[in-house]
Design a protein around this ligand. Sequence first.
Ligand SMILES: O=C(O)CCC(=O)C(=O)O
Ligand SMILES: [Fe+2]
Length: 344
Amino acid sequence: MDGRVEAPCLGAQGAPRNLLIDAEVGHTMEARLAGALRAIRAGGGWPPSLEADLEERLMSRANHVVVVPLGPTIGAVVSGVDLRDDHADAVIDDIRAALLGHKVLFFEDQDLSPEQQRNFALRFGALHTHPLYPGEGAAPEIMILDNHQENPTDNDHWHTDVTFLERPAMGAILHARVLPPSGGDTLWASMTAAWQALSPSMRAFIETLSAVHDLTHAFAADGVVASAAGRERYEKARAENPPVIHPVARTHPETGETALFVNSAFTSRIKGLRREESRALLDFLFRHVQKPEFAVRWRWREGSVAFWDNRCTQHYAVNDYLPNRRVMTRATIFGDKPYFEKAA
Ligand SMILES: O=C(O)CCC(=O)C(=O)O
Ligand SMILES: [Fe+2]
């Protein structure tokens, strides 16, 4: 997308129009304002009143949300929206457009109960309840990641969530509730950037392949999550989630872009290749996706929310904060069955 996002939104008088927010290119007044806001934040901030004034000027033009890219490849900070509100469809449409443009969105200072997190997530689709991780009592679809010395994170590796499902998640919404004094960042990487960085010959080969995704590859019976869930729950999860096959190159159902769609958590082998060939190709791809060029690193504050497009990204939770505690809650939104269609 050339580092630009075209976010449909209403003009100051309520007339529909397309707004280009592009801090790099700076074609429009909005773009220049967004660029200024980004520079201010990167430089440690201006006096809050000036930053608020700039944001207000940006809001009065863009109306629904302010989207400030963190870079040309992946990530944007969205402000001017309180996720607890009962949003008009137009606001949700703007957030969805920003998600498609930037792949992961960050919202700061959000005070959400688990029910409010669920309600916001439900605006984007039905929610998946994880078969192994614990859920919130009042909102069981909201998964709890409570990590500390006795329960370190098991997300400290690059992965895409729940690809063991026939219809893996379209996205997930993660809320930071308790943070360590320092550390505990999360990284997201663009799998369209990873795809585009492969040679045409490699892409042509990979386009023909499909791979096995398996819950038990990530969650082994003797693993921390499996044993915390209990034997019975684990066996049920395993029986209800047999291995599935997904294309190795995936067409994004909304943008039409191709993304690399294998991950080291759940992808166990590539179909049709010999065992050694599959291992070698997967090892290469798992290393390839880790290039810093494809990624953004997010430093959380309590109340921050991340919303990622799980169809074209991977993420990694940095495990550098023990013995401190870190608590996050996640809503996981169902998506479509992955497919590949050769781009025209
Ligand atoms: O804890 C994090 O930052 C991310 C954990 C994770 O992988 C997830 O919520 O899907
Ligand atoms: Fe994850």
